[in-house]
Design a protein around this ligand. Structure first.
Ligand code: UGA
Length: 312
C-alpha cells in the first residue's frame, strides 16, 4: 500500500513506518517536531527510515500544509500525530492539545474527503474511558474522560466517526492502552524507570503505586494498525496487552529486567491520571483477527536493551 503516517517521528509513528517499509509498502511521513520532547530523539527515531527509497519525509504542521495533494497519493492515512501526555494537559497547555488533537484531526478529515482517501486509521487512546465502573472496559462502555487530554482524544474520535457517517469515509479508531517498548516517549513511566535504574537514580511513583494499567507492546500496536488498514471495519477497537497489573508490580518486572532494585520515592497523585485501565480485547480478536503477541517481560527486555544503547 501507499501510506501516509502522521507523527512519523514519534514513538508509535516511527515503528509503524518502519514495519510498512519492511513489508514493501511506500510511506510518506509527516511530522512538525513539536517541542513536547527533544527533536534529537525524534530525529533518531527516523534516522534509518530516511535512508529508505520508499520513504519520503515532510516536515510540516498538519494545520498549515497542503494535505490534499499528499492525501491524493495514498491508500491509507495512519493518523498518529498528537500532543501526547495525560498529566500535562491542564491549564494553558490545553490550547496546544486542542490544536494538535482536535483541529488537526478535523483538517485531515476534511482533506481526506476532498481527496477521496480510501482508508483512515485513527490512533485513539484508553484515556477516552476515564473512570470505568466495570473492568475490563468494552468499546460500548460509557466514555467519560478524566483528563483534558482524554477529552481531546475523544473529541477527535467522535469527529472520525461523524465523517464516516456523514461522508462515508472508511475509518477506524484504535484505542491504545499505555504503549511501551523501544523508543517509548521520555515522559512515560517505563522510560523514566528504566533510565533511572540504569543510572542508579531514584524513580518517583505518583500516588500509591496501586494504580493498574493494561500495558501494550509497540509491535502489537503496529500489527493492529496494519490489520485495521487492510480491513473495512469501522468504529472503535480496544488495543491492549490483555493483562492488568499494578504499577508496583510493573516496577518489580523492571527490576528483574535490569537485574537490580530500583530506588523508589513516593510522589503526589497526578490530576487526570485514571486509577485503573484494562482493555476487553474480544472485539479486536474476533473482528480484526488481532491478538497481542508480547507479554510484559518479553517487551520489557527489548525496551531495556534499547535503553542501554540510547541513554540520552
Ligand atoms: C499513556 C500515554 O502517556 C498516553 O499518551 C496515552 O494516551 C495513554 O497511555 C493511553 O493509554 O491511552 P499513562 O497510562 O499515564 O498514559 O502512561 P505512563 O506515563 O506510562 O504512566 C503509567 C502510570 O505510571 C501512571 O499512573 C503514572 O501516573 C505513573 N507514573 C508515570 C509514575 O508513577 N511516575 C512517573 O515518573 C511517570
Amino acid at each position: 500500500m501507499r501510506a501516509l503516517v502522521t507523527g512519523v517521528a514519534g514513538f508509535i509513528g516511527s515503528h509503524l513506518a518502519c514495519e510498512l517499509i519492511k513489508r514493501g509498502d511506500s510511506v510518506i511521513g509527516i511530522d512538525s517536531f513539536t517541542d513536547y520532547y527533544p527533536r534529537k530523539i525524534k530525529e533518531k527515531n527516523i534516522e534509518s527510515l530516511r535512508e529508505e527509497k520508499k520513504f519520503s519525509f515532510i516536515q510540516a504542521d498538519i494545520l498549515e500544509t497542503d494535505l490534499s495533494e499528499i492525501l491524493s497519493r495514498v491508500d491509507c492515512c495512519f493518523h498518529q500525530a498528537a500532543q501526547a501526555g495525560v498529566r500535562k494537559s491542564w491549564g494553558k497547555e490545553f490550547e496546544i492539545y486542542v490544536k494538535c488533537n482536535i483541529l488537526a484531526t478535523q483538517r485531515l478529515l476534511e482533506e481526506a474527503i476532498r481527496s477521496k482517501l480510501p482508508r483512515f486509521v485513527y490512533a485513539s487512546s484508553s484515556s477516552v474511558y476515564g473512570t470505568v465502573e466495570v473492568l475490563p472496559a468494552r468499546e460500548d462502555t460509557l466514555l467519560n474522560p478524566l483528563s483534558p487530554y482524554g477529552t481531546t482524544k475523544l473529541c477527535a474520535e467522535n469527529l472520525v466517526s461523524l465523517y464516516q457517517q456523514n461522508y462515508g469515509l472508511s475509518s477506524i479508531s484504535l484505542r491504545y492502552f499505555t504503549v511501551f517498548g523501544p523508543r517509548q516517549r521520555p515522559d512515560m513511566a517505563f522510560h523514566r524507570f528504566i533510565k533511572a535504574g540504569l543510572k542508579g537514580e531514584e524513580i518517583e511513583i505518583y500516588g500509591s503505586g496501586k494504580q493498574t494499567r493494561d500495558f501494550t507492546f509497540i509491535s502489537d500496536i503496529v500489527s493492529a494498525n496494519i490489520l485495521a488498514a487492510e480491513s473495512n471495519l469501522c468504529g472503535a477497537f480496544n488495543i491492549g496487552g490483555g493483562y492488568r497489573i499494578t504499577l508496583l508490580e510493573a516496577v518489580r518486572e523492571i527490576e528483574k529486567a535490569i537485574g537490580k532494585p530500583l530506588k523508589i520515592e513516593i510522589g503526589a497523585e497526578q490530576k487526570g491520571d485514571v486509577q485503573d485501565t484494562s482493555a476487553d480485547i474480544t472485539k479486536a480478536k474476533k473482528e480484526l483477527f488481532w491478538s497481542p503477541k508480547y507479554d510484559l517481560s518479553a517487551g520489557l527486555s527489548l525496551q531495556v536493551e534499547w535503553m542501554k544503547d540510547n541513554l540520552l
